[in-house]
Design a protein. Structure first.
Length: 479
């Protein structure tokens, strides 16, 4: 009995829920410096949970009547989520303190949001899926508007809440249709019911489309992206970093599992929707970012474009597609942590840099920093020999292998267009003169500096040993 209890507590999701509640209590009863203490506690909690996932601590209690999946795919994405959340806390810590929003509730809410994301990734039941999405979303609604004296932050929180509530309603209606036509809420039950059908009833198709629309909101795929630029720009930059780094990973894993597990047999019915979402996201992300003057809005459209690329792998619906999506999301995570670790540490005239024009002349005073940002931008654009090139290469290879030639060509064209706004940032740093004589200040704590150094090394020299990552993902599957 005692061993069973210990095994149960060591289930990653159970451990994280206990640690999140402990973090809340720790913050409440800490009389001084509660933000620092809870941030450190939350970071260590996420690293501990990552270790539990890697060591595969699980027990029969964890499956709760087949509510959860425990596969190589879910473990890989849960590790990405927990490490991404830990990294975002580390690189954001100084920003929270400098902007005086260093409240202990923030790391606590981000822990609960991370718990929701991990449950999303491994959920194997429509009810569990919905509860996990809401747990993640409710925490993010609050942190988006956490800067109460800022109109922009409050506005971004309201916009995110209203559109998030709308997407949740659409999602729930889709679930009700699927349940009504199949009589099951579990993925396995839905799959067994559908395996006996030759074609989907029209009501079930409507349910599937409603769910895909709801999930498209969560990954901010076009045309359900409207909240993303406003929320990214209005929220504090440290919160924007979390939005950009972590929820996309979890939502991508969920949409892959939802399409390929219960509805895998009816590929044609959902692939048309995903095809449209992919193409629209790639091109709108590439074109709309060109006119942006805000660095955060540009990164918002960049993230929309990246969603479009990873959805190509879902349309491919093959083992190669799953592996290429896993590689791409790892690279997406690395590049975004790196770029936000710089943005969250860069000041000009005692204000954090948020406009692209503020980067003018950066190479004159900070050559190493501008070189680092250049490498990240080239990688995001998918230019060899940097890491981002390999991410897109594997995605396009999966598309070609599945004979999706048109989608691969459109992806390459969108990638060429998107290169413009990444290269424009490089042009600003190296060829434009600064608007004033103020120097840039780069303040970064030692932990964030270490993370940035490691990530820059990976981005720059991935070409020397790409098999390290490809070997890791070679064993990833949904089963």
């Amino acid at each position: 009995m005692e061993n069973n209890l210990i095994n149960f507590i060591l289930v990653p999701e159970v451990s994280l829920s206990i640690l999140a509640i402990s973090c809340l209590m720790y913050g409440l009863f800490s009389k001084t410096n509660s933000f620092n203490k809870t941030t450190n506690f939350a970071t260590l909690s996420l690293l501990f949970v990552s270790a539990l996932i890697y060591l595969d601590f699980t027990t029969s209690f964890a499956f709760f009547d087949n509510f959860f999946s425990n596969t190589t795919f879910t473990k890989f994405f849960k590790i990405l989520t927990s490490l991404g959340a830990a990294a975002s806390l580390i690189i954001s810590k100084k920003y929270f303190i400098d902007t005086k929003i260093n409240r202990f509730e923030i790391p606590t809410l981000l822990l609960f949001s991370s718990l929701g994301m991990m449950l999303m990734i491994s959920s194997k039941n429509l009810m569990m899926m919905y509860l996990a999405i809401e747990l993640q979303s409710l925490s993010l609604y609050v942190v988006a508007s956490i800067k109460r004296n800022s109109i922009e932050s409050a506005e971004s929180g309201v916009k995110y809440f209203v559109l998030g509530a709308l997407s949740s309603g659409i999602l729930l209606y889709g679930f009700s249709l699927i349940y009504g036509f199949t009589g099951h809420t579990s993925f396995d039950g839905i799959f067994i019911t559908l395996s006996n059908l030759n074609e989907l009833p029209i009501g079930l198709i409507f349910g599937l489309v409603f769910v895909l629309v709801g999930l498209a909101f969560k990954i901010s795929a076009v045309p359900f992206h409207m909240w993303t630029p406003d929320v990214y720009e209005g929220a504090p930059t440290s919160i924007t970093a979390f939005f950009a780094i972590v929820p996309k990973v979890a939502a991508t894993a969920l949409i892959f599992r939802f399409c390929l597990e219960p509805f895998g047999k009816f590929y044609f019915e959902w692939t048309q929707v995903i095809f449209f979402l992919s193409v629209a996201s790639m091109f709108l992300g590439a074109i709309a970012a060109i006119a942006q003057k805000s660095l955060k809005r540009l990164l918002a459209y960049s993230s929309i474009g990246h969603v479009g690329y990873v959805l190509i792998a879902l349309v491919a619906a093959s083992d190669q597609g799953i592996k290429s999506a896993s590689i791409y999301m790892f690279m997406y995570l690395v590049m975004n942590i790196a770029v936000f670790s710089i943005i969250l540490s860069l000041k000009k005239s005692d204000e954090y840099v948020e406009k692209i024009i503020q980067l003018n002349g950066l190479s004159k005073t900070n050559p190493i920093l501008s070189a680092s940002l250049t490498i990240i931008m080239l990688s995001m654009a998918g230019i060899p020999p940097f890491m981002g090139f390999f991410g897109k290469f594997y995605i396009f290879f999966a598309a070609i292998e599945s004979k999706l030639y048109l989608l691969a060509v459109l992806g390459v064209l969108a990638s060429v267009v998107s290169a413009f706004y990444y290269l424009r940032i490089i042009k600003n740093m190296y060829f434009d003169e600064a608007a004033d004589n103020e120097n840039f200040d780069f303040h970064i704590n030692n932990q964030a500096k270490l993370i940035l150094f490691i990530l820059m090394f990976i981005i720059s020299f991935f070409i020397l040993y790409p098999s390290l990552l490809t070997d890791i993902v070679s064993g990833i599957s949904l089963n």
